[in-house]
Design a protein around this ligand. Structure first.
Ligand SMILES: O=C(CO)COP(=O)(O)O
Length: 129
């Protein structure tokens, strides 16, 4: 069974996420990928051979959709490049998403340094989560 990874990046971090997807394309290809709308679109444009299911954009409910997948036990890991410097209209959604990842004990990287550690760890993301 393939594990699902969720990929999300705030606007100021999208370039970092695209670079991450390019750098780790081969590793990411081992997973089913879901992403919030704009993040997924930019990954798909940069790495067209990497299939990414795009949900709604974050401010329009995408974070909540990923949270729901986590609550249903369908997400093995969350890589979320958070922008800590910009106020967000959907801050409560961001908080709800990270809270569910905490609650369901999903490996969660909120910055690039942690994402690098998780993606290069062969057993970090288990489908049973
Ligand atoms: O806002 C986001 C996460 O909170 C990301 O959404 P987008 O990928 O649609 O920009």
């Amino acid at each position: 069974m393939r594990a699902t990874l969720a990929l999300v990046a705030h606007d100021q971090k999208k370039a970092d996420m695209v670079a991450f997807a390019i750098r780790h394309g081969a590793r990411l290809a081992a997973f089913d990928l879901v992403a919030t709308g704009t993040t997924g679109g930019q990954i798909a444009e940069a790495v067209p051979e990497l299939p990414v299911v795009r949900l709604k954009s974050g401010p329009l409910g995408g974070d909540q959709q990923i949270g729901a997948l986590i609550a249903e036990g369908r997400v093995a890991g969350l890589i979320f490049f958070v922008d800590p410097l910009t106020p967000m209209p959907h801050d409560v959604d961001v908080k709800a998403l990270t809270r569910l990842a905490e609650l369901y004990d999903i490996p969660m990287a909120l910055n690039r340094a942690t994402a690098e550690l998780l993606i290069t760890h062969p057993t970090a993301f288990q489908p049973s989560h």
